[in-house]
Ligand binder design. Structure first.
Ligand code: ZN
Length: 304
């Protein structure tokens, strides 16, 4: 997925580095109760950290960004669409800008207003109100501080360990999926995952597949979402190959694929995100219909 080179990136929608005092103080880095809370939250909102293989490269307590200033350099050079095409951090900024511009213009058609939601981009380790964030846990939405946390290094992990095809759209699909959770939070739906956290037809799986579908809705509209600064669409029309990339990412994070690779067998009773096949199908449903109402995973008997 390619950005139009002259669109302007708005880095005020992202924050980099440390928590800036928004999280509850005193959480231990790299474990302790913060880690425990994060594990519980991620069971519902991200990739289950228990499923992720250990990344030997970052097992030591990584550098922690406390002030955030040093790490602002992550997005300091992100100004235009051309930067987003070149650099993964700038691409994250561009994706955040496009997704939020889309929901801001789309939700009023359904009688709703989008509430701007910040993404924290970090490299290594940072704090969230849900606990310590690291590339061990993957991208996630934290409902306690209503922010999304993304370590761009996660995408390397996704590619290396789970066999996803890399590619810009696959990366942006992940951003859009997390914004799907932000939308679900705004619509008061996230409790359904907590009430029914596991199993092939569980509330958790339905929440995750809905987020995949919402990501697809954005992708379907993405080449028509204008950059407010220039009026030019953020993104060029999507290619078939890029769609295959996104589907590959959706398949890689299917519970059956992750279980197969980490425990050698598939146990649907423990699913929290849905099968590879279902994740691809719900993404396509959103992409092809472009309609929020087609993403109601609670309206169908079986989501698989
Ligand atoms: Zn999710």
């Amino acid at each position: 997925m390619t950005f139009n080179e002259n669109v302007r990136l708005d880095t005020s929608q992202v924050r980099t580095g440390g928590g800036g005092g928004r999280g509850p103080g005193g959480l231990a880095i790299g474990g302790g109760i913060g880690g425990l809370i994060l594990t519980l939250i991620l069971m519902f909102f991200g990739i289950n950290p228990d499923s992720l293989p250990t990344d030997s490269g970052s097992s030591s307590p990584a550098q922690v960004d406390t002030a955030g200033d040093a790490s602002n350099s992550l997005v300091a050079n992100c100004q235009t669409g051309a930067d987003a095409n070149e650099d993964i951090w700038c691409r994250m900024v561009g994706a955040v800008n496009s997704v939020q511009a889309f929901w801001s213009s789309e939700l009023p058609r359904y009688g709703r207003e989008w509430r701007m939601t910040e993404t924290v981009l970090y490299d290594g380790v940072t704090q969230s109100a849900c606990g310590t964030a690291s590339n061990q846990v993957g991208p996630f939405y934290c409902p306690l501080d209503q922010s999304i946390y993304i370590d761009a290094n996660f995408f390397r992990l996704l590619e290396d360990q789970f066999g996803a095809q890399g590619g810009p759209l696959a990366q942006m699909y992940v951003v859009a999926h997390e914004y799907g959770h932000a939308l679900q939070d705004q619509l008061g739906l996230l409790g359904r995952a907590q009430q029914d956290p596991q199993g092939a037809e569980s509330g958790a799986v339905r929440i995750e597949l809905m987020a995949d579908c919402l990501a697809g809705v954005w992708v379907g509209h993405a080449s028509q979402v204008p950059d407010p600064a220039t009026g030019e669409p953020f993104l060029q029309p999507i290619t078939d190959e890029q769609i295959r990339d996104a589907l590959s990412a959706a398949a890689a994070v299917g519970d059956d694929n992750i279980q197969e690779r980490t425990q050698g067998r598939v146990t649907p009773e423990n699913w929290t995100h849905g099968s590879s096949e279902a994740r691809q199908r719900w993404f396509l449903q959103g992409y092809q219909t472009g309609d929020l109402n087609q993403c109601d995973t609670f309206a169908v008997q079986s989501v698989n």
